[in-house]
Design a protein around this ligand. Structure first.
Ligand SMILES: [Zn+2]
Length: 393
């Protein structure tokens, strides 16, 4: 997930909850869909404020429901010692990023099952709210009479009814046994438990995921031709997204297995040169930069790391060769520089490096730079280990 297009909303249980800007599109679509759809149909007598106010509140609670679904995966993962650095809500729902794959089929089963379970629990909760707020006797009406009597419901009760249905659908949709959906993960955990072969299990579950993705795309195309333009395009996109993730699952798994248990400290370069802060920029360019292949330089003074200076940082200066300033005047102070904490995993490091692949990042422990980590180093390391892994299967 591209971090530049998302922002941090809140931290829950040590997990950064981020909103991707694409959420705004789906938020608007849901508000319009609810306001112009069910609310208009059920409550034609409502004024604009009641209709759009209810639609907006319902859409917000829908995203809270999505977040609860992801949080429930994440909390079960964390209870099983899998770190979850962040949850991102985006166009197609939510993603909880985990720093490693589940170690056993049992853990995978619990982590995958927790999300749909939460959606069903929320569906039940919203249904209970709806039933409590609905007029007496409403619950005992037959379903078709309930729909006809929707007009008698208050705004909170109407919203709760919609949220109960949507969370139920979300739970069912996620149980489809195609990887990467939760149901696909449950299916994979089952196959993995039976065969003791995680790669083969993933391949099977991902095949189902690809078929399901194609089916959604086909259905979307059918709807699109049938006149449901937005709904059709939406299904095509979701189907494409699912089939793409399914296809990426094997390389992803091999990568996770290769990086398993590795911390960033095992992947960083711990031999590097530093530059003193009072060296002039001109000297730095001639005597350091041009005589070394090192791309990022820790700047030191009295054995303290003050900041970093990169090749790109010097390139950004207007006239570096004639610049009479000192290195400390043009460096990036360590507090403000992009850096990695020495406690993070190799997988998380790779993720953060991919935001700006050309630039290595300093690895910091207690305010000291203890290494430099390059995306290229990790990829080379991976290409060596993944070919090993492939030969074994
Ligand atoms: Zn889920």
């Amino acid at each position: 997930m591209d971090n530049k297009l998302s922002f941090k909303l809140v931290t829950i249980a040590g997990i950064d909850v981020r909103l991707h800007i694409s959420v705004s599109i789906i938020f608007v679509l849901i508000v319009i869909g609810v306001g112009n759809g069910v609310l208009l149909e059920w409550h034609p007598d409502w004024g604009l404020v009641a209709r759009w106010g209810t639609a907006t509140a319902t859409a917000v609670l829908f995203f809270v429901s999505l977040l609860m679904h992801e949080l429930s995966h994440s909390i079960v993962a964390q209870l099983n010692n899998i770190k979850v650095p962040r949850i991102t809500l985006f166009l197609f729902g939510g993603i909880a990023e985990m720093d490693r794959e589940a170690p056993t089929p049992g853990v995978e089963f619990m982590v995958a099952g927790a999300g749909p379970l939460m959606s069903f629990a929320l569906s039940f909760l919203f249904y209970a709210i709806f039933a409590t707020l609905a007029p007496p006797g409403f619950g005992s009406l037959a379903i078709e009479n309930q729909i006809a009597a929707m007009g008698s419901l208050s705004a909170p009760s109407t919203g709760a009814y919609w949220l109960a249905s949507v969370n139920f659908i979300l739970g069912v949709f996620n149980l489809v046994p195609g990887f990467p959906l939760d149901g696909g993960r449950l299916f994979r955990a089952f196959l993995w438990w039976r065969s003791n072969d995680q790669v083969k299990a993933t391949r099977r579950a991902a095949d189902f995921g690809r078929y399901f993705g194609w089916m959604l795309m086909g259905l979307g195309f059918y709807n699109f031709v049938g006149g449901d333009t937005i709904g059709g395009i939406w299904l095509i996109f979701i189907g494409w997204f699912i089939s793409r993730l399914a296809a990426a699952s094997i390389p992803q798994l091999l990568m996770d297995r290769a990086l398993r248990g590795l911390s960033v400290q095992q992947l960083m370069r711990n031999r590097f040169e530093t530059v003193e802060s009072d060296v002039s920029v001109e000297t730095f360019v001639h005597d350091y930069l041009l005589r070394s292949s090192q791309a990022l330089w820790p700047v030191r003074c009295d054995n303290q790391d003050l900041g970093v200076l990169s090749l790109a940082g010097v390139g950004d200066l207007k006239d570096p060769l004639q610049s009479s300033g000192k290195v400390r005047d043009v460096m990036q102070p360590l507090a403000a520089a992009a850096k990695l904490d020495s406690s993070i995993s190799g997988k998380e490091a790779l993720q953060q490096l991919s935001e700006n692949p050309e630039v290595p990042l300093p690895v910091v422990s207690d305010g000291r730079i203890i290494g430099l980590v390059h995306q290229g180093d990790i990829l080379r390391w991976l290409s060596l280990h993944i070919s090993d892994e492939n030969q074994r299967h």
